[in-house]
Design a protein around this ligand. Structure first.
Ligand SMILES: Cc1cc2nc3c(=O)[nH]c(=O)nc-3n(C[C@H](O)[C@H](O)[C@H](O)COP(=O)(O)O)c2cc1C
Length: 181
């Protein structure tokens, strides 16, 4: 099995999503698992240009993975720009989706995608902030579009204070223990 492990937090050792994504990879890896590491902050994927379509290395790496684990912090209610640049390389017409007479069809599955979310606030459906949730909803939408049902483990309320941060991270780490392959 090949696991592609991505991180996109800019906060280094202080990052919640990095701790969580690492825990998820540890849970799902079995002896013989090859873990391919891509740190989108240390080694950013350049913004999309027309010329960049010629370079399929990011897409090839994604397609070769059986499982993809993504550390995804909420920045300004959505994905970090580093993660968006990666997404721009994997949503490719004719490769990971195609348009048909009956609508779009995802071509990237079967593949397991597990996303480690970290958000400063709370965004449950029906809460005052829910209309600003463009991280989980966006990631679910784009992976569904290419034929994958992603799983999410979330640590929320991280910016509220140290106690909430610790409680949310511990609860999310407990959740990650249930993800063994
Ligand atoms: C640049 C920046 C923008 C942020 N924007 C938001 C936001 O829009 N909504 C929110 O709830 N939290 C926001 N936060 C808080 C982060 O989502 C929170 O600290 C989370 O833990 C980030 O993940 P990380 O710890 O892996 O970096 C922001 C943090 C940073 C550094």
């Amino acid at each position: 099995m090949t696991v592609l492990h991505l991180d996109s937090s800019i906060t280094g050792d202080n990052s919640v999503s990095r701790v969580l994504s690492r825990s998820i990879v540890e849970q799902i890896a079995t002896p013989g698992t090859e873990v391919v590491r891509r740190d989108l902050v240390a080694d950013p994927v350049p913004h999309l240009t027309l010329d960049a379509f010629a370079d399929t290395s990011v897409l090839d790496e994604f397609m070769a993975a059986d499982t993809v684990v993504i550390g995804a912090p909420m920045y300004n209610f959505s994905v970090p720009t580093q993660l968006k640049a990666w997404i721009d390389r994997i949503l490719v017409a004719g490769k990971t989706f195609r348009y048909t007479a009956t609508g779009p069809e995802g071509l990237a599955g079967p593949k397991r995608v597990i996303v480690a979310l970290a958000r400063g606030g709370f965004y449950e459906a029906g809460s005052p902030s829910s209309s600003l949730e463009h991280l989980e909803t966006y990631l679910r939408g784009i992976f569904n579009f290419i034929g994958i049902e992603p799983e999410f483990v979330a640590a929320d309320g991280i910016a509220i204070g140290p106690e909430q941060r610790e409680a949310s991270l511990n609860a999310a780490l407990d959740e990650s223990l249930k993800l063994a392959a």
